[in-house]
Design a protein around this ligand. Structure first.
Ligand code: IPM
Ligand code: MG
Length: 364
């Protein structure tokens, strides 16, 4: 199984190193894994003049799965948009057809105190955010700057983007959400999909709501509820355990998944899988490149390690190995190991490599 490893910028290389060590431990125990590295993001721009060099895209396209660190570096924020580090991840998602982003927000019981919410509000939390990843205002054309063609400020400079969703794009993500809810129901979850939109204001959202409702007709065993995004943002911190599967568009999903991550104690705990047709996938932590702590060995590698577990499960057909990693992560948390982001205020914490060491050790 060939894995393209793209460490990227900021803390990316540090957290990826630990995830690869964990995978190497599994390889030593018999799993057939090959790693091939490539530059991406600001690092790639510096070395090759582009955040997503052709060679990187090709390596990622040929691989069975992509393990991705993070991109983003304030030094490149003033470049023209096409050359900024973020374009690398957007380009990979688009070019590889990775339309579905699964972001599970699970609270490990040991971390109930690390959440900014009261322990009783979050204890036992296990929700799945399904974010559409290749459409919406992220990619909609036209976009740009121009002289405002009409309105009270006609003739003034303006910036504009286009929010749009086509029927097939909504249908495929809705199917995936209902199927995920079905699988989760078999494992004891509520069997409910909450579709999040802004149908009280946006045409795109009303269309989204109509299509999701149509698709739901094929899933009588699954409950569907619709919720406006502002209300969803509120409910997520008021009563997060009422959610099971949340399905939403690219922009709302970006925002809500960051919010959901904090329920679990830290964004440093939240893995993600970005899936296309036929098992192809890219796996990355939900957090960014954290330039403020980059290179200092402080970052929490668990979101990336858990993303590697998702990779084994969704793209490589290795459910047992995935469970072994998740088990090992639980064990180190039970042992009391904490990186700074999940440590209690005055408690001591470990660094990135020590956390990686502990997970490797827990794998036996
Ligand atoms: C994420 C990130 C990206 C996004 C950025 C880095 C382009 O915030 O994966 O959530 O907005 O999708
Ligand atoms: Mg985001």
């Amino acid at each position: 199984m060939n894995i393209a490893v793209l460490p990227g910028d900021g803390i990316g290389p540090e957290i990826i190193e630990q995830a690869v060590r964990v995978l190497e431990r599994l390889r030593a125990k018999g799993l057939q894994l090959e790693f091939a590295y490539a530059d991406v993001g600001g690092t790639a721009y510096e070395r090759h003049g582009h955040p997503l060099p052709a060679a990187t895209l090709e390596l990622a396209s040929r691989a069975d799965a992509v393990l991705f660190g993070s991109v983003g570096d304030p030094r490149f924020d003033t470049l023209e948009r096409a050359l900024r580090p973020e374009q690398a991840i957007l380009g990979l998602r688009k070019n590889l057809g990775l339309f579905a982003n699964l972001r599970p927000a699970i609270l490990y019981p040991e971390l109930a105190q690390a959440s900014s919410l009261k322990a009783e509000v979050v204890s036992g939390l296990d929700i799945l955010i399904v974010r559409e990843l290749t459409g919406d205002i992220y990619f909609g054309q036209p976009r740009g700057r121009r002289s405002a063609p009409d309105g009270a400020f006609a003739g003034a400079d303006e910036g504009f983007d286009t929010m749009r969703y086509s029927r097939p794009e909504i249908e495929r993500i809705a199917h995936l959400a209902f199927q995920s809810a079905r699988k989760r129901k078999a494992a004891g979850h509520a069997g409910r999909v909450t579709s999040v939109d802004k149908a009280n204001v946006l045409e795109t959202s009303q269309f989204w709501r109509d299509v999701v409702t149509e698709v739901h007709a094929g899933y009588a065993d699954i409950e569907l509820e619709h919720m406006y995004v502002d209300n969803a943002a509120m409910q997520l911190v008021r009563a997060p355990k009422k959610f099971d599967v949340v399905v939403t568009g690219n922009l709302f999903g970006d925002i809500l998944s960051d919010e959901a991550s904090m329920l679990t104690g830290s964004i440093g705990m939240l893995p993600s899988a970005s899936l296309g047709e036929g098992g192809r996938g890219l796996y990355e932590p939900s957090h960014g490149s954290a330039p403020d702590i980059a290179g200092r060995g402080l970052a929490n590698p668990l979101a990336t390690i858990l993303s590697a577990a998702m990779m084994l499960r969704y793209s490589l057909g290795q459910a047992q190995a995935a469970q072994d990693i998740e088990q090992a992560v639980r064990q180190v948390l039970r042992q009391g190991l904490r990186t700074a982001d999940i440590a209690e205020p005055s408690a001591s914490s470990v660094g990135t490599a020590q956390m990686g060491d502990a997970v490797v050790a827990a794998l036996g």
